[in-house]
Ligand binder design. Structure first.
Ligand code: NAD
Length: 285
């Protein structure tokens, strides 16, 4: 299938980054969110991101207007009717995603490929919400999308070879490196990353060391570019907690129990960088 027009659902952190990388490679993008305010915020983030690339010398200033012109905002899923691919990057909430996929099923042609950027919801479950489940696949971009190289391609039980091949090749066309994994709780990325972050939270909970020292052990001892507690603050502690809960419930294995400190910080509204306070304190909320 020749993909020219791509729909992106959700103009938040991930959706605006996904729209940006497709538009930078010449695809026509329709960016959908629930309100004009959310769309304007997403478009402003794309403008800022492109501005940073120009400043770094990674993008010609003259290219910016063309990229922005390729991204059309919309508030209705019906606007996606001419898309060959839709990437869903809405809020990580199963009931929100279920209503989006059930509506998408009616809004786009039967052969439009439907990808989800979910971090933790089973793609096999998502595929069961549409009438041609073989066209559903996970396209798990990393944050920040314009910078990070990886796309984790998740094959649901129902995903066809054609669907998989299309998003694999498109990821390469975006200049990314795709890695294929089977559907399973946390896929590969969060199956490994989240228990490590959770263990770092336990180390702090048990007062083994300060947050700075725990992160320094992993940075200098294991050559990680960022410590697990600082990374958790970047991802959002609420997101980390919800992924741990999914691993725990789906495997029914106590080794995935969330650290009480993580749950406590989330209850206190200390969600990491986005709230100005997590394992660390930040200047601006
Ligand atoms: P976000 O909260 O920044 O943005 C979500 C956007 O979805 C919001 O703008 C919201 O208005 C919109 N939205 C909600 N319901 C909608 C609907 N019915 N139709 C259209 N838009 C709707 O969230 P995010 O961090 O961008 O996460 C989006 C997805 O990407 C989630 O599935 C998340 O798990 C996944 N993800 C996030 C990260 C990360 O680091 N933030 C990394 C990888 C994957």
């Amino acid at each position: 299938m020749n993909v020219q027009q791509v729909g992106v659902i959700g103009a938040g952190t991930m959706g605006n980054g996904i729209a940006q990388v497709f538009a930078m490679k010449g695809f026509e993008v329709i960016l959908v969110d629930v309100s004009d305010a959310a769309l304007q915020k997403g478009l402003a983030a794309i403008g800022n991101s492109l501005g940073r690339l120009v400043k770094k010398g990674a993008l010609a200033e003259g290219a910016v207007a063309g990229i922005l012109a390729r991204i059309r905002p919309a508030t209705a899923l019906a606007s996606l009717a001419a898309c060959q691919l839709v990437v869903e990057a809405a809020t990580e909430n199963p009931s929100i995603k279920e209503s989006i996929f059930r509506e998408l099923d009616k809004a786009v042609p039967a052969d439009t490929v439907l990808a989800s950027n979910t971090s933790s919801i089973s793609l096999t479950r998502i595929a069961a919400w549409v009438s041609q489940p073989q066209r559903v696949v996970g396209m798990h971009f990393m944050n920040p999308v314009p910078v990070m190289q990886l796309v984790e391609i998740i094959r649901a039980v129902q995903t066809s070879d054609d669907t998989w091949a299309l998003v694999y090749q498109l990821s390469e066309a975006l200049g990314k490196t795709p890695v294929t994994v089977k559907d399973g709780p946390g896929f590969v990325s969060n199956r490994i990353l989240m228990p490590m972050i959770n263990e770092a939270a336990f180390a702090l909970y048990e007062n083994l060391a300060t947050p700075e020292d725990i992160d320094t052990v992993m940075k200098l001892g294991m050559n990680h570019p960022i410590g697990p507690l600082a990374l958790a603050d970047l991802i959002g502690l609420d997101t980390c907690l919800s992924i741990m809960d999914i691993l725990y419930h789906e495997f029914r294995d106590s080794k995935y129990r969330a650290c009480p400190l993580l749950a406590q910080l989330v209850s206190a509204g200390h969600l990491g960088r986005k709230s100005g306070h997590g394992f660390y304190q930040y200047d601006a909320a």
